[in-house]
Design a protein around this ligand. Structure first.
Ligand code: NIG
Ligand code: FE
Length: 443
C-alpha cells in the first residue's frame, strides 16, 4: 500500500500554479500564463492538493497548527515549484540502445535510409520479442524512476516494438506491471501500427488487418490501453490505413492519437474527423489545415528531442501553431531511435532555442497542455485544490532557469499522487530538519 500522508510545502519562491478559468487547453497568449504565486505553500492530503496559498496564511491555518506534527513539511527555501511534467509521448518498452543507427547517422545516413536498410524501428523488434516480461519491466521501471528524478509525474507509454499479437500484448502488460510499482501515473497506448514487421513486408494491408482484427480486440478486452496510436507517414502507414485503425479503435471504445508529419506532409482533415487527442511531431503541416486544427480539441504535440537527435536543422513551426490558436504540448518522445532522452527540461530547452517558444510557453506546454493531450486535465497539469498532488521542486530561483540550464538536472524532488520521490543528494538541502517525531521518515 502506498502511504499517502499529509504533505506541506512551504517557502516556495515561485509557485507556478498553471491555474486557469477557461475549460480547454492553453492557446495563443494564454499559453504563457503561469499563474505564479510568490512565497507560496501547498498542502496535500490523501494524494490530492487541498490548498494553495501564501506561506504565511498556510501557517496561520488553525487545522494546520493543530496537526502540524503529523505533517511532512518541506521547506523549499525560495525555490521554484510547478506541476509535475506530463510527458504525453514516450516509447519506453525496448531492450537495447540503437548504437549502429546512431553511428550510421553520424556518417550521413538519414532516418528513412537507415529504416530501409533494416535499422530503425524494426531493429528493436528482436530484442522485445525475445525478452522476458521481467527484464522488460525492469527497463520500463528504471526509466519511470529516472523520469521522476527529472520532474515528470505523468507518462504516456506506448507499445510498438513487439509488432506481433503476443509481443504487443506483452509490451502493454509490461507497461501495466511497471505502472503498478510507480507512484506516478502511466497512460498506456497501443501502437501496433508503428511499422510493418519484416514477416509482413510488402503486405501492409494484411498487417493493418491483424492490428485491427486481432491485436486491438485483445488489447480492449484486457483493458491494456487507453489510446491507440499509428505512425502515419512516408515509409510507415498511409492516411487511409490510419483511418481504418481509428475506426477500429472507435469500435473498441479506445481513444486515438497519431504520429503525423514527421517525415512528410499528410492533410489533417480526414484524420481530425476521428477527434484524435493529439497529433504528434507535426514537422510538415499544410498551413491551410491550421484553422481546422485550432478549432478542434486535438493538441499538436511537438517533440523537438527527435529533431535534435536526428541532427535536423528543421524544427516544427511552433510559433505559427501558437499564433494560429492551435493547442501545443511538448513531450520527450523517449525512444531508442530518434529521441533517447527522458528529460522534459531538455525538450523544453530545445523548444526555446530551436522553436522560439518562451520559457513560460514551454512550461505550460509541458504541464497543463500535456494533460489535455492525455485527456487528464481534470486531474493533472496544474496546482489547484482537488487536483492530484503531482509537483516538482526545482533548484532554481526563477522558472526561466528550468529550460536555461540545459543538459543538467536541476530537479530536486518530485511528488507523485502525494508521494515524494526522485530523491537526489541535493534534496537533503530542501528537507526541513525539525526536532520531533516522524517527520520526513518516508525519505
Ligand atoms: O516518434 N516516428 C515513429 N516513432 C518514433 C521513432 C521510433 C524509433 O525510431 O524507434 C518517433 O520518432
Ligand atoms: Fe514517437
Amino acid at each position: 500500500m502506498r502511504k499517502m500522508s499529509a504533505l506541506l510545502l512551504v517557502n516556495i519562491g515561485q509557485l507556478l500554479t498553471l491555474r486557469s478559468a477557461a475549460d480547454g487547453p492553453r492557446r495563443g497568449a494564454s499559453l504563457s500564463e503561469l499563474g505564479i504565486i510568490q512565497d507560496a505553500a501547498v498542502l496535500c492530503l490523501g494524494g490530492k492538493i487541498v490548498s494553495v496559498s501564501a506561506t504565511k496564511d498556510a501557517l496561520r491555518d488553525p487545522w494546520l497548527k493543530k496537526n502540524r506534527k503529523n505533517i511532512i513539511e518541506i521547506d523549499c527555501g525560495g525555490r521554484v515549484v510547478l506541476p509535475g511534467f506530463v510527458d504525453s509521448h514516450t516509447h519506453p518498452v525496448f531492450m537495447q540502445p540503437r548504437l549502429v543507427d546512431f553511428e550510421k547517422r553520424i556518417s550521413g545516413a538519414n532516418y528513412e535510409e537507415i529504416a530501409e536498410a533494416g535499422g530503425g524501428i524494426r531493429s528493436s523488434i528482436d530484442g522485445v520479442r525475445k525478452a522476458g516480461k521481467t527484464a522488460l519491466t525492469r527497463k520500463v521501471s528504471a526509466v519511470l524512476a529516472d523520469m521522476a528524478r527529472h520532474g515528470t509525474t505523468t507518462v504516456e507509454a506506448k507499445s510498438g516494438y513487439g509488432l506481433s499479437v503476443e509481443s504487443e500484448l506483452k509490451s502493454l502488460e509490461v507497461i501495466r506491471a511497471a505502472a503498478r510499482e510507480w507512484p506516478g501515473t502511466v497512460v498506456p497506448t497501443f501502437l501496433g501500427a508503428h511499422a510493418v514487421p519484416p514477416e509482413y513486408r510488402g503486405r501492409s494491408q494484411e498487417y493493418v488487418d491483424l492490428v485491427c482484427n486481432e491485436m486491438m480486440p485483445a488489447v480492449a478486452r484486457r483493458k491494456l490501453a487507453q489510446f491507440v496510436d499509428v505512425f502515419c507517414d512516408h515509409g510507415a502507414f498511409s492516411a487511409e490505413e490510419a483511418a481504418q485503425i481509428f475506426i477500429a479503435a472507435e469500435e473498441h471504445g479506445l481513444a486515438v492519437r497519431a504520429h503525423l508529419g514527421q517525415l512528410s506532409e499528410t492533410r489533417l482533415g480526414p484524420l481530425l474527423r476521428y477527434r484524435p487527442a493529439s497529433l504528434d511531431h507535426m514537422d510538415y503541416v499544410n498551413d491551410a489545415d491550421l484553422p481546422a486544427l485550432a478549432q478542434s480539441d486535438t493538441v499538436a504535440t511537438l517533440v523537438p528531442g527527435a529533431n535534435y537527435f536526428l541532427g535536423l536543422s528543421r524544427y516544427p513551426n511552433a510559433r505559427r501553431f501558437i499564433e494560429s490558436g492551435v493547442a501545443v504540448a511538448l513531450a520527450t518522445d523517449y525512444n531508442p531511435g530518434s529521441s533517447p532522452t527522458l528529460s522534459m527540461p531538455m525538450a523544453m530547452s530545445l523548444a526555446c532555442t530551436h522553436m522560439k517558444m518562451s520559457p513560460a510557453e514551454a512550461i505550460a506546454a509541458a504541464t497543463i497542455n500535456g494533460a489535455w493531450a492525455l485527456r487528464l486535465a481534470s486531474r493533472k497539469g496544474s496546482v489547484e485544490p482537488s487536483k492530484d498532488a503531482d509537483l516538482a521542486v526545482f533548484d532554481v530561483g526563477d522558472y526561466g532557469e528550468i529550460p536555461y540550464w540545459f543538459g543538467a538536472n536541476r530537479c530536486l524532488l518530485s511528488i507523485m499522487n502525494g508521494v515524494p520521490s526522485g530523491i537526489s543528494p541535493r534534496e537533503k538541502n530542501v528537507r526541513k530538519k525539525r526536532r520531533g517525531k516522524n517527520r520526513l521518515q518516508q525519505f
